[in-house]
Design a protein around this ligand. Structure first.
Ligand code: 3HC
Ligand code: NAI
Length: 707
């Protein structure tokens, strides 16, 4: 490279006949305004330099280009706009070649599609993930992609939002060639010189002919995509807009298609679902940064212990084995140990039979598993995760044993859902090493990990929990000790709000449907039936003695459990599950029990509309979220959003409950709470933190910024 342009983000240099434009904008070469200017100026220079016969675009560092700069969304647009840059590249009168390594995503792939030739390195990852941000490809992607690879393949790429690898891209015709060379500049230059030698012409993607082959198939692909959308929430607009834009590629000239794409892109850009998804994108990354940890170093993590091989212990063991760790699993006796082992086998067999795991990989993972009934086997463990029964005395005895046998400094973690981890820590001889690691079921699948930090945990202990989360590719969220931590504490409150509505007149089926329509993966009563009503029942019985006698308590769930109706596993719960079906049907007998309970409580049922159901459920959730913040259990509203989205089925495209509250306006949430409080002032007491923010005209986002 012999020259740097005034625009620093794109280095420019002539190497032989080729002008190289090397994008240098760490960490992922996002296309901010400087990069866009640099590319534009580079193309202009190529045309004006007579010695230049071709242009090569490469990325420096770890990626080609990870897309538009997500941080620019929602701010006043900066020129030049990306579609203009792409058009200028495509219009260049000399061949432009893109040499792709690492990520070529969104606008990054659109830059490559505007080039005339594309070369991918083996490690390339190509995709159009815009719908995952509430957008659609907005720099020609909806018009160029179908012209190049056909409608079906283009829609698959755009609607799934998942990247594909270099070989898949080659098979689809998205790239011209794949190379094993591991240097994009070297490989790109060789390709460019070869094209120059062959007098390869400028070849514009807008002129590509894939849409001219097998016409009916393109219409079918559009129809199939629209049908698929019927299963998606109605107000998730970006995939629907993307389909409309791709259809325009079939019906309209290229320029008109671009215009439509632009207007649909702007519609999505200015929508709440885009704001929600971009919030989720940054919140997931921010949550993993624990403020206040300083430069504490994690302890080495190689050998890990798990105590308990039940539902959670087995799932956690699979997650640890998948993360490359050696695991020793402890159970009470040989029979329980064999059962735990069988649970792990079953998970892996399921993966193998669905083609998701090779048999050899299963064997390699199982080879790292050791089982034992003796705590002494944990003497070398760097970290132990306890997942025994949810019983304080049982846990206490496990921790006594662990603090006796484990090496000094080993992290002793509990997967408890509700119990007081400060008390557990106090009962050990190493309180600084005790931590909560609250996994979600199924633990090998769910991405969320609440890292619950007791008062005396050392920074190294916390850093080790965080390092474990990263190793397992989980999203860690820091929580403090309280009954239920962030997620289960909030769940108890918004589920109570659902129970009140049920007792006051709404059916569980209406409540579930209204919340599914809002975007939840499942309604609360479907979730109870899936997880097993007995778990909550046991918890309610345990807390009965300490429950505030003034608090309203709905007994409908208890009535079902007394009949042994625990949900899917017993064939009956809130729904009926005929012959082991997982698809529940409304049950008239349950409705009769609800009617009896209403009569017993002296309640005349009233009608709720779906909007009222959603508003009450969310007001309860948001209000308790504010209390969780006030009490310091969660550090930032964004932490709560990540927990509810990744652990409790809150629709990601709404960002999370606290983001949703900001979108609605806190004054409106507070007004709802005050309206509901007229019926039950104890339950609907507005959180002082929410009141303070609403009265100042502030929002939860202002608390995210404080860190
Ligand atoms: N814009 C701005 N910042 C970005 C970014 C982008 N497109 N992509 C990543 N970043 C930032 C991240 O926020 C993070 O910042 P931080 O260090 O301050 O937290 C940093 O880059 C590194 O990102 P990751 O931690 O995610 O790194 P990974 O190596 O795990 O992943 C990646 C890299 C696969 C590129 C991943 O970051 C990713 O998926 N990025 C988003 C890609 C995307 O969605 N692009 C489409 C944008 S929309 C668009 O292009 C519209 C167009 O059609 C007009
Ligand atoms: P489970 O009943 O399926 O498994 C508990 C296991 O612990 C049993 O296999 C039992 O034999 C074993 N065990 C009991 N005492 C032991 C001891 N002293 N030494 C060794 N093993 C012992 O229970 P589950 O559902 O796996 O729950 C375990 C923990 O995880 C509980 O604290 C629970 O609150 C928590 N949790 C459960 C979730 C769930 O969805 N089930 C989700 C998140 C946390």
């Amino acid at each position: 490279m012999n020259d740097t342009t005034p625009i620093q983000r794109v280095r420019r240099g002539v190497l032989g006949d080729v002008l190289v434009l090397a994008i240098d904008h760490p960490p992922v070469n996002a296309l901010n305004a400087d990069v866009r200017w640099g590319l534009l100026a580079g193309i202009q220079a190529a045309e004006s330099l007579s010695a230049v016969k071709a242009v090569l675009i490469v990325g420096t560092g770890r990626a080609f280009i990870a897309g538009a700069d997500i941080r620019e969304f929602g701010k006043p647009p900066l020129l030049p706009l990306l579609p203009e840059v792409c058009q200028r590249i495509e219009d260049c009168n000399k061949p432009v070649i893109a040499a792709i390594h690492g990520a070529a995503l969104g606008g990054g792939l659109e830059i490559a599609l505007s080039a005339h030739y594309r070369l991918a390195l083996d490690n390339a990852s190509l995709g159009l993930p815009e719908v995952t941000l509430g957008l659609l490809p907005g720099a020609g992607g909806t018009q160029r992609t179908p012209r190049l690879i056909g409608t079906k393949a283009a829609l698959d790429l755009i609607l799934a939002g998942r990247p594909i690898d270099a070989q898949q891209a080659l098979r689809l015709g998205l790239v011209d060639r794949v190379t094993a060379t591991n240097d994009a500049l070297v490989a790109g230059l060789a390709f460019a010189n070869e094209l120059i030698g062959a007098h390869a012409p400028v070849r514009r993607t807008c002129d590509a002919r894939a849409l001219h082959v097998d016409g009916p198939a393109h219409r079918q692909a559009i129809a199939a995509a629209r049908q698929q959308m019927e299963r998606e929430p109605k107000d998730l607009i970006s995939p629907r807009c993307a389909i409309d834009a791709v259809e325009a590629a079939l019906d309209e000239p290229f320029e008109r298609g671009l215009q439509l794409e632009r207007s649909l892109f702007l519609q999505c850009l200015n929508s709440w679902q885009r704001r929600g998804l971009v919030h989720a994108f940054f919140a997931e990354r921010e949550a993993a940064r624990f403020p206040g940890l300083g430069d504490a170093k994690p302890l080495p993590l190689e050998a890990v212990g798990v105590v308990g091989g039940g539902t959670m212990g087995a799932g956690i063991t699979v997650a640890l084995l998948d993360g490359g760790l050696a695991v020793t699993m402890i159970e009470r006796d040989d029979i329980a140990l064999a059962q735990g082992h069988a649970r792990i086998e079953k998970v892996y067999e399921g993966l193998v039979s669905r083609g998701r795991l090779a048999t050899t990989d299963k064997s390699a993972r199982m080879a790292r598993l050791t089982g034992s009934t003796s705590y002494e086997s944990l003497s070398d463990a760097d970290l132990v995760i306890e997942a025994v029964f949810e019983d304080g005395a049982v846990k206490q005895s496990v921790f006594e044993a662990l603090s006796r046998v484990c090496k000094p400094g080993a992290v002793l973690a509990t997967n408890t859902s509700y119990l007081d981890i400060d008390a557990i820590a106090a009962g050990t001889s190493h309180p600084a090493s005790v931590l909560g690691l609250h996994f979600f079921s199924p633990a090998n699948v769910m991405k969320l990990l609440e890292v619950v930090v007791p008062a005396n945990a050392s920074p190294e202990t916390v850093a080790t929990g965080l390092a474990l989360a990263k190793k397992l590719r989980k999203i860690p969220v820091k929580a403090r000790v309280c009954d239920g931590f962030i997620g289960n504490r909030m769940l108890a409150v918004y589920r109570a709000a659902a129970d009140f509505m049920m007792e006051d007149g709404a059916s569980p089926y209406q409540i579930d449907r209204a919340l599914r329509d809002f975007g939840f993966a499942m309604g609360p009563y479907q979730v109870i039936d899936l997880a097993g009503g007995d778990i909550g029942w046991a918890n309610r019985k345990r807390k009965a003695a300490t429950r505030d006698p003034r608090a309203r308590y709905v007994q409908i769930g208890d009535r079902l459990c007394e009949r042994g109706w625990f949900g899917q596993k017993t064939g009956r719960g809130y729904y009926r599950y005929p012959e082991g079906s997982r698809q529940g049907e409304p049950d008239p007998e349950v409705e009769a029990i609800i009617a009896e309970e209403r009569a017993r409580a002296g309640i005349t049922p009233r009608i709720f509309n779906d909007e009222e159901i959603v508003r009450r459920y969310l007001a309860a959730m948001i209000n308790e979220g504010a209390n969780v913040l006030k009490d310091g259990v969660a550090q930032r509203p964004l932490d709560i959003d990540v927990v509810l989205v990744h652990g409790y089925g809150f629709p990601r495209y709404r960002g999370g409950p606290m983001k949703h509250a900001d979108e609605q306006g806190l004054a409106r949430i507070l007004a709802d709470l005050r309206r509901f409080a007229a019926e039950d002032p104890l339950f609907w007491r507005p959180s002082p933190l929410l009141v303070g923010l609403a009265e100042r005209g502030a929002d939860f986002a202002s608390l995210n910024a404080a860190f």
